[in-house]
Design a protein around this ligand. Structure first.
Ligand code: FAD
Ligand code: FES
Ligand code: MG
Length: 281
């Protein structure tokens, strides 16, 4: 059993849990994730290790309430327990031999981008961060990104905070103003990563994305998380989740993530009915 030592609400759809997990905290690195299995009956879901303390023995997960499992997880609070947290899984992000990097986070993808920005910043890399959200109410982790970025740009679709526009607009502006990036690291919705990849291909800038296919075991056994990279099949849980963005077949990845939409929708409706009238934090 894993204790939730701090539960926080970051916006109406996103929660953060600090969980006691000393063995994971001791060895985890930016880019790695855990598989969370909240109760005996729950589905196993992958969530990135957004932060950790090796000395205090905790890890932090930040998750968006998108369906049954995340909605049920969000019912837990400080003092509650999670049945299983398995990890760290996946290959850590490469933070070596970089001097000037643009880190891009879209929506809850910012939770995954934060440890990467932090890791780079702590190595003395120039970190130009761009984070994007639909509107001001959905902004998360602004203070943390300010702390771990050389420069931070906030973009909103409706202009209610930061600058109005997409993260790709800001990236192109920086490139055309003369910023020379060794690498762009983009993490967010598949469609956002696809358009970042198209843009950076035009400017021939190496780009890494963190892929989020449906995962079950997270250890390379089930084959569920396969993605096509450079025409070859890769398993995101063991070969990734980071991959060369210019090699990814994004259209196939988008199609595969939608495979169970009907079932997910039906399950979500049932769960919403179950929680009607229940409020949490
Ligand atoms: P559902 O209604 O079941 O699904 C909603 C959507 O989530 C689906 O359409 C599908 O695209 C995706 N999804 C569903 N089941 C899975 C699954 N088993 N594995 C992966 N995706 C699934 N989300 C966060 O909010 N924060 C994170 O830090 C984070 N890190 C991730 C790291 C990795 C390596 C991967 C692969 C995914 C990560 N995700 C993260 C996505 C998260 O796992 C899904 O949002 C979650 O599983 C949805 O479960 P659900 O039952 O609530 O929603
Ligand atoms: Fe099963 Fe990757 S999640 S092989
Ligand atoms: Mg689910």
């Amino acid at each position: 059993m894993f204790n939730i030592i701090e539960a926080k609400t970051l916006n109406k759809d996103v929660k953060s849990f600090k969980i006691t997990a000393s063995r994971i905290a001791k060895v985890c690195l930016p880019g790695q994730f855990v598989i969370v299995h909240a109760t005996e009956e729950a589905e196993r879901i992958p969530l990135t290790i957004a932060d950790y303390s090796r000395t205090e023995g905790w890890i932090r997960i930040i998750f968006q309430l998108v369906g049954t499992t995340t909605m049920k997880l969000a019912q837990l609070t400080t003092g509650d327990k999670i049945r299983d947290v398995v990890g760290p899984l996946g290959k850590p992000s490469n933070l070596e031999n970089l001097k000037n990097v643009c880190v891009i986070g879209g929506g809850v993808g910012c939770a995954i981008a934060l440890p990467v920005a932090r890791g780079l910043f702590e190595k003395g890399v120039h970190v130009e961060t761009i984070i994007g959200f639909r509107n001001r109410d959905l902004i998360i982790l602004e203070e943390e990104f300010k702390h771990y970025s050389t420069n931070l740009s906030i973009m909103t679709d409706d202009g209610s905070a930061g600058e109005k526009g997409l993260v790709t607009h800001k990236l192109e502006e920086l490139i055309t103003k003369g910023h020379q990036f060794d690498e762009v690291i983009a993490i967010g919705p598949l469609i956002m990563m696809k358009f970042v990849a198209l843009l950076t291909k035009k400017y021939q800038i190496k780009t890494v994305v963190s892929m989020n296919p449906i995962m079950i075991d997270g250890t390379g056994m089930c084959g569920c998380c396969r993605v096509r990279v450079g025409g070859k099949t890769k398993f995101a849980c063991v070969d990734g989740p980071d991959f060369d963005a210019h090699e990814i077949d994004f259209d196939e990845a988008i199609m595969r993530n939608k495979m169970y939409l009907e079932e997910e929708q039906a399950s979500r409706e049932q769960t919403c009915n179950l929680f009607k009238g229940v409020t949490h934090e």
